[in-house]
Design a protein. Structure first.
Length: 162
């Protein structure tokens, strides 16, 4: 005769963690953050705000001796609504200088500036007057043109309100 079991033998229960769904979810989160991540470009538009010109400010008397004074030329850059160059003008000690339509014309005008005798390009100072809306790359381009034309004294100034 067979013996009857009166008591069930306990089977050990193995507890397992569902690792597959957790890995699935973590890869979904990882892919979401990788796809939606937009890093800033390393080279791009820099936010540069030139100081405002106050009409009440009067220029101070310059104590520089006349033999050390430089011929001042001002390049005025006006920005379009998109921030690109809308117009370029150049003014020197003798007044307005020609029709400047683009940066190539500006470079030609810079090359034509008469150098003071005995001092050469060191006797000329170029001031770039730019509006606040101008794209920074265009401002650097104009400053590079002045350097390329042989002028070491290139200054920045905010555009005067007209």
């Amino acid at each position: 005769m067979a013996r009857k079991r009166t008591r069930k033998e306990e089977i050990p229960v193995d507890v397992t963690l569902p690792i597959t769904p957790m890995l699935d979810m973590s890869f979904q989160l990882l892919s979401f953050f990788i796809i939606t991540f937009h890093p800033m470009p390393t080279e791009g538009q820099l936010s540069v705000n030139l100081p405002k010109v106050d009409a009440a400010d009067k220029p101070q008397d310059d104590p520089t001796p006349p033999e050390d004074k430089k011929d001042e030329y001002t390049v005025t850059l006006i920005a379009s609504s998109s921030g690109d160059l809308a117009s370029i003008s150049m003014k020197g000690p003798t007044g307005e200088m020609g029709n400047i339509r683009n940066t190539a014309d500006l470079y030609d005008q810079l090359k034509k500036i008469p150098k003071p005798p005995g001092r050469g390009a060191e006797g000329v100072a170029i001031t770039v007057e730019a509006s606040n809306d101008l794209v920074y790359a265009r401002l650097i381009e104009v400053m590079d043109l002045a350097k390329k034309a042989g002028y070491d004294s290139v200054n920045l100034q905010p555009a005067k309100s007209r």
